[in-house]
Design a protein around this ligand. Structure first.
Ligand SMILES: NC(=O)C1=CN([C@@H]2O[C@H](COP(=O)(O)OP(=O)(O)OC[C@H]3O[C@@H](n4cnc5c(N)ncnc54)[C@H](OP(=O)(O)O)[C@@H]3O)[C@@H](O)[C@H]2O)C=CC1
Ligand SMILES: CC(=O)N[C@@H](CCC(=O)OP(=O)(O)O)C(=O)O
Length: 343
């Protein structure tokens, strides 16, 4: 198969390039860019690759003619303008941006602070590609946000099995700096990040509506969540710490929680259930794994669930490849067998 990447010089685009070049079912990776100097783009990669680096001017018609699928690793605001054309041509798209994740354009305007340029009808045809839970059936797959992925995976069994008070969820999530992309900003300057820890977008993060949208599919009476995000002084890794009150009706709580997590993720190759061991970021660094552990406090009846991912792998490029594999009926793990770096 031939695949296209748009946004290859960004952090998740670069990781995607590496994964797709090592994918057993992909013969050729074509890069498309809005940059005028195509040689400069190819130089980022050609020193490590014996194969020629194929870089082309961004052109939707060319992408559809010469590829079997396209991955967009572009900032919010780019894919909305091309989505309808790609869908009308039934061309498979895996979109890493947040442009088509929310079904309601008004929500996009509110949380992304941009005019939505996608219709309700187009949005209704998109698959939200949380790979462990959603069948990638539509040609247009919206890859979930990094915080949304870790949070939803940590909450899924608790919400689906109604083990918790649906109005009691508090999430405290933290990410490495690659999560904020390659563009320079004051908040991600080395001097501000190094040996520091800062909260940001508290109660205002754009993944809140995406998380709520999915939680309400699992439990229509799901209450609002409290959601905070912080910037860790590391490059990669994301931890969502989730607090929720266990429902009064649940007894044998430790066993019930363990059974729910094990049943939900029983046959999922990229999910590691740690039970009462709390995972850290090194466990999953550089891999597509999600590791989930928890601790139940019988005094307060609160469970603390910790869900960790590599933001550029399961949080972006890795899950995008997993969505690609599922859409094309390939082995779910194809191209994704990297073990964690551990150190
Ligand atoms: N970083 C992360 O951990 C995660 C990121 N995401 C999402 O994935 C997407 C990419 O993220 P990330 O890699 O961090 O982004 P970066 O900011 O690092 O890179 C984005 C790339 O997109 C291309 N680009 C920039 N502006 C435009 C434009 N106007 N039109 C077309 N292409 C453009 C550029 O690549 P080029 O010049 O090569 O074309 C650029 O390098 C974003 O939507 C982000 O929100 C989702 C989950 C996690
Ligand atoms: C550390 C950091 O800044 N992370 C980014 C997450 C990027 C992302 O996934 O945002 P999209 O919804 O556009 O895909 C943030 O908090 O906005």
């Amino acid at each position: 198969m031939n695949v296209a990447i748009v946004g290859v010089t960004g952090y998740s685009g670069t990781v995607l390039w590496r994964l797709l070049n090592q994918h057993p079912n992909i013969q050729r990776v074509n890069i498309y860019t809005q940059q005028s100097d195509l040689t400069a783009v190819s130089k980022q990669f050609n020193w490590v690759s014996d194969q020629s680096i194929n870089v082309f001017k961004f052109d939707i018609a060319d992408i559809m003619t010469n590829n079997d699928a396209v991955f967009f690793a572009t900032p919010a605001g780019v894919t909305g303008g091309y989505a309808a054309e790609l869908m009308n041509n039934d061309f498979p798209v895996i979109d890493l941006s947040g442009d088509l994740r929310l079904k309601d354009p008004a929500q996009y305007k509110k949380w992304y602070h941009q005019e939505p340029n996608v219709s309700h009808e187009t949005l209704s045809k998109v698959t939200y590609g949380l790979t462990e839970f959603t069948a990638a059936t539509a040609t247009y797959i919206a890859n979930p946000g990094c915080y949304a992925t870790a949070t939803l995976m940590g909450l899924a069994p608790l919400v689906q099995e109604r083990l918790i008070d649906l109005n009691s969820v508090i999430v405290d999530a933290k990410s490495g700096v690659t999560g904020s992309g390659k563009k320079l900003s004051r908040a991600t300057h080395f001097v501000d990040v190094d040996e520091n820890f800062a909260m940001y977008k508290v109660n205002q993060h754009q993944h809140i509506p995406e998380i709520m949208q999915q939680l309400r599919e699992w439990a229509p009476d799901m209450g609002p969540i409290q959601f905070a995000t912080g910037l860790l002084p590391i490059k990669r890794g994301l931890m969502a710490t989730i607090y929720a009150k266990i429902s009064d009706e649940v007894s044998d709580v430790d066993d019930v929680i363990a059974s729910a997590f094990r049943a939900t993720y029983m046959d999922k190759p990229f999910v590691k259930i740690m039970d009462n061991q709390i995972p850290d970021l090194r466990l999953i660094a550089g891999s597509n794994f999600t590791a989930i552990g928890w601790s139940y406090n019988p005094v307060t009846r609160v469970v603390t669930v910790v869900s960790v991912i590599d933001n550029l792998m399961k949080g972006a490029a890795g899950q995008a490849v997993q969505n690609f594999n599922k859409y094309f009926g390939l082995s779910e793990t194809a191209g994704l067998t990297q073990l964690p770096d551990f150190v």
